[in-house]
Ligand binder design. Structure first.
Ligand SMILES: [Fe+2]
Length: 217
């Protein structure tokens, strides 16, 4: 008799399945979701987010745009500017995602982050115009990482921004973000750029794994 799967295993499989579904619909959504998950986990670790909640945060970040799966494709991938009515429809992806996830008995944090990941720190976001710490921390994290990654990814209607240009835009739109989290995110990005410059400058002093394999008898 096969062992029945635990709730955690089933949840992991479900999330994997939803990711595959998103990829079939639009590979951008799937790649972007993975980037947002990775960036969110790194930011969360830096700000000492409770470690027991990191897995739920990573699921929330991965599923943040899941509501877009039920929006018409011609709107999601429209190569020109959205009309006002279309923009209002796109905004519904937060509520739709929340409703999709709610019956699945996931950690409440996941639904909350999906619902609130477009709320702005100054209260100008959607769907509820929440502001400051009334926005769940995990949604404030995803607000930053989602904004940044959306800019550095290429879309059918525009080229990707460079990392530097995306960071400038983040700063120009700082009213959207939790200032303390934004500072930490900028630190992570600065550190990453410093490390990649260092790696490019470093002379090759150690052998690569393929060199080692070639020299073996
Ligand atoms: Fe979104």
């Amino acid at each position: 008799m096969t062992k029945s799967k635990s709730k955690t295993e089933l949840l992991d499989e479900l999330i994997l399945f939803l990711g595959k579904l998103a990829n079939l619909r639009d590979p951008y959504i799937s790649d972007h979701a993975t980037h947002v998950r990775d960036l969110s986990v790194r930011l969360a670790v830096r700000v000492n987010f409770p470690s027991r909640k990191i897995k739920a945060l990573s699921h929330a970040a991965l599923l943040h745009d899941i509501g877009k799966l039920v929006l018409p494709e011609q709107i999601i991938n429209k190569p020109s500017r959205l009309t006002e009515a279309e923009y209002l429809m796109v905004q519904q992806h937060t509520v739709l995602g929340y409703k999709l996830i709610s019956p699945l008995e996931m950690d409440a944090m996941i639904g909350g982050a999906i619902l609130s990941h477009h709320e702005n720190f100054d209260g100008s976001g959607y769907p509820h115009g929440l502001g400051g710490e009334a926005i769940p921390l995990e949604a404030r994290i995803v607000r930053i990482t989602d904004f940044y990654d959306a800019l550095i990814c290429q879309r059918p209607y525009r080229e990707a921004f460079t990392a530097g240009a995306a960071l400038d835009l983040l700063l120009k739109n700082r009213h959207c973000f939790d200032p303390a989290l934004l500072e930490d995110f900028l630190h992570i990005q600065a550190e990453e750029r410093r490390l990649s410059r260092e790696i490019r400058r470093r002379p090759m002093t150690t052998k690569t794994s393929s060199q080692i394999l070639c020299e073996m008898p």
